[in-house]
Design a protein. Sequence first.
Length: 381
Amino acid sequence: MKIVKRTYRFRLYPNDSQKQLIEKTLGCSRQVYNDFLSLCKKEYEKDHNYKINKFELIKLLPKHKEKYPYLNEVDSVALQQTVIHLCDAYKNFFRHQSDFPKFKKKKNDYGYITMNINNSIRIERNEIQIPKIGKVRFVYHRNIPKSFQYSMVSVSRIGKHYYVALIGEEEYQEYKEFNKDVLDSSNSIGLDFSLTNLFISDSEVKENMPKYYEKSLTNLAREQRKLSHMIKGSNNYQEQLLKIANIHERITNQRKNYLHKASRYIANKYDYVFVEDLDLQEMSKRKEGFKLGPVINDLGYGVFLNQLKYKLEWLNKKLVKVNRYFPSSQLCSECGYRNIDLLLQNKTWVCPNCGVKHNRDINAAVNIKKEGIRMMLNPSN
Ligand SMILES: [Zn+2]
């Protein structure tokens, strides 16, 4: 049985006093982070080789609480996690992987992490028990499999909304052994990147984004227009900012869910997935001609490919990239003739050699698949 990491996130509906407690925990976490950071900073300034020790820092917490007794009113595990988080940030700095940790500001309060210790965090019907906060109403919108075990839990606020995320591991349900020796056109698929769709293959077309997503975008534009007519800093303005943050968040979630669904579908159905090795960053920088930039950024194709890659890996399946210079669009998938006169705007074309009429994208997808299978069967060529 294969074990995979999973996160389940749910909207929380805390009452007013619970909201206050969550805010208080965020505030106390920020204080501990900043206090301990200035401590580290002092040590670092004295000695540039100062190495942080997680356990020694955590041991300082009780003393700190004596000094600031209100720290006792919030989840102690959350404060420990804050110290661990600081240690990681400091270690990354030490390994030259990031800048010196920065002090946290109130406006950046986002969430805190706590641990599920001896079932301290548990779901009871439509409520979830969270340390110090108590039972909070939440929407249990998806079933968590029985095998799911979570040790870490995050509580966060985005815009006006609160969320809880359970972070853990579960057995991968759809896992089945697949035979790597079998490769044919039925268990493989070639995906062509497309500007108007998420992808196109020889047998499937996945539209770029569903209608509800476009609706949210229109909604966002409307609310942003409203904001532009408001007086900066006024109550209405602040309210509007929150409203916009919520729409943004909904859009992000819609996109994520859509891409997850699409990648899960492909990963479950096929053993080998062949894609072009596109330089998406380079393509989005290249603005001439098509104005590819904003389009590619919005398509989420890169995100999709990433998700597809790890979902396939969960299943011991393969995502294979076909050489960037393979002329997938120009080749006739019927006879192999290469049409070097093909222009970017040619959506369809007729092969001058064999007379077959091609849809540009579908033809490319067929070629990607053929090339992928060839690569797998003759890796030396
Ligand atoms: Zn042809």
